[in-house]
Every structure is written in C-alpha cells, then in structure tokens.
Unconditional design. Structure first.
Length: 166
C-alpha cells in the first residue's frame, strides 16, 4: 500500500479526502442510508407516482359535467407531475390557467408530459406542439380536442405504467 503524505481534509462525517479530491467534491458525501437531495427538475427517487386515468372515462366525465371535469383533470395531473419531478406548474396554477386562459392548457399539459419522458432520457411521444390539435381542429365537432386528449392522456398513462403504476 502506497502512503500519500499530502495533508488530508476531513468531512463532517469523518471521511478523509486529499485536497484535490475535496476541491472537486461539490458537496459532502451522503452518509450511508441517507438519500441524496434531488436536483431541481429531476424525478425524486421514491417520489409519489401519479394515477392512470381511463381516457374514455375522462372524456365521458367531461361531457357529463359540461367540461368541469377537465379542470379537475388539469389540477390532478399537474399536481402529480409536480410532486413526481419537483418542477412544473403544479395543480393550483394549472387550475387557475385552465379557468382563465384555458386555450393555453393543451400546449402546457402536453409539454409537461413530454418533459417527463425527456428527463428519463426517453423520446417524448407528445410535446407542446401536440396542443395544435385543439387549436386547428377543436372547432370541428371537438375532433381536435379528442385527438389531443387521447394522445396526451395516453402518453401520461404510459409514463406512469413505465414507473410501476397499475
């Protein structure tokens, strides 16, 4: 074993580091059994997962409640994504935007769902541009709304299933 005579730096938990190692170490090592703090925007290990929602049931509830269920969907899904990734709008802000400037929500929702995939290094099946379905074909018997919702809710459900939700 080769002995190094350079002065050593001791961390709070008693580990010793050579000076060059201490300079490259951005934070103190995480003690055994403790969880490292998550970086902003990264999924937190053990973070709560969202709920898989039936696309057909969501569409039916939206029709029966004359659109009010869509506000509930925005609130719940954005709150789940915020708790899971530690970034995004969150449920409260999503609800306020849905009520007052609802036309932006298809773009924002699809973008945030796509962001879930991108943070995992996967190709995003939806993006903010997916909201164009609502803008361009929403007037035609709601076809654009249905296409957008099927794509976005389907991608969100697939993401939650890939994380172990049943």
């Amino acid at each position: 074993m080769i002995e190094n005579n350079e002065p050593r730096t001791e961390t709070a938990d008693g580990q010793q580091w050579l000076p060059q190692q201490a300079q490259t170490q951005a934070t103190a090592p995480v003690p055994y059994g403790a969880q490292a703090p998550a970086a902003y925007g990264m999924p937190i290990h053990g973070a709560p997962l969202g709920q898989v929602r039936s696309t057909g049931a969501c569409i039916a509830l939206t029709i029966v409640t004359l659109g009010i269920y869509s506000w509930i969907w925005y609130f719940k899904t954005h709150e789940e994504m915020k708790r899971h990734t530690n970034t995004g709008l969150g449920g409260g802000l999503a609800l306020v935007l849905a009520i007052f400037v609802g036309i932006v929500m298809p773009f924002i929702s699809s973008s945030e769902v796509g962001g879930l995939y991108e943070r995992r290094g996967m190709r995003a099946p939806v993006s903010g541009a997916t909201g164009l379905w609502v803008l361009l074909l929403g007037w035609f018997f709601g076809v654009g709304l249905i296409v957008w919702f099927v794509k976005t809710n389907g991608a969100l459900n697939a993401y939650w299933r890939s994380q172990g939700v049943r």
